[in-house]
Design a protein around this ligand. Structure first.
Ligand code: MN
Length: 129
């Protein structure tokens, strides 16, 4: 069985598309619609990888990543930022917050899985990147 992926995304359409593409490729999906819910689900369900929207209501994605990276129980779980921010420096900001990489929105259904699987193969499932 393929890995369990937690998607933290507040936009229903993006959530639907990410879930659809990943499930079609055999992944198990956990959903969270804001940062706090995402952190709770990480603690309860220990996903193998986290897809993290940056623009979230309340706590933004950078803060979610920083909080998870502070926890010795969860800081090994790879986090991939998914965001439409195209400003110079945002990639660096995501990396500084502890993300292993970055997938740009809008999600391209043709290329998303291959982009995503780069992170799965780059990061062994015990979290070594
Ligand atoms: Mn968002």
């Amino acid at each position: 069985m393929k890995s369990t992926v937690l998607i933290i995304e507040d936009n229903e359409q993006n959530m639907y598309l990410l879930k659809f593409l990943l499930e079609r490729n055999g992944y198990q999906i956990i959903q969270a619609f804001h940062g706090r819910e995402g952190i709770e689900k990480v603690k309860q369900l220990k996903p193998a990888l986290i897809l993290l929207d940056i623009q979230l209501p309340g706590m933004n994605g950078y803060d979610v990543a920083r909080e998870l990276k502070k926890s010795s129980n969860f800081n090994m779980i790879p986090i991939v930022a998914v965001t439409s921010y195209a400003m110079p420096g945002d990639r660096e900001k995501a990396m500084e917050a502890g993300c292993v990489g970055y997938i740009e929105k809008p999600i391209n259904p043709e290329t998303f899985i291959s982009e995503f699987e780069k992170f799965i193969s780059d990061c062994s499932l015990d979290g070594e990147c």
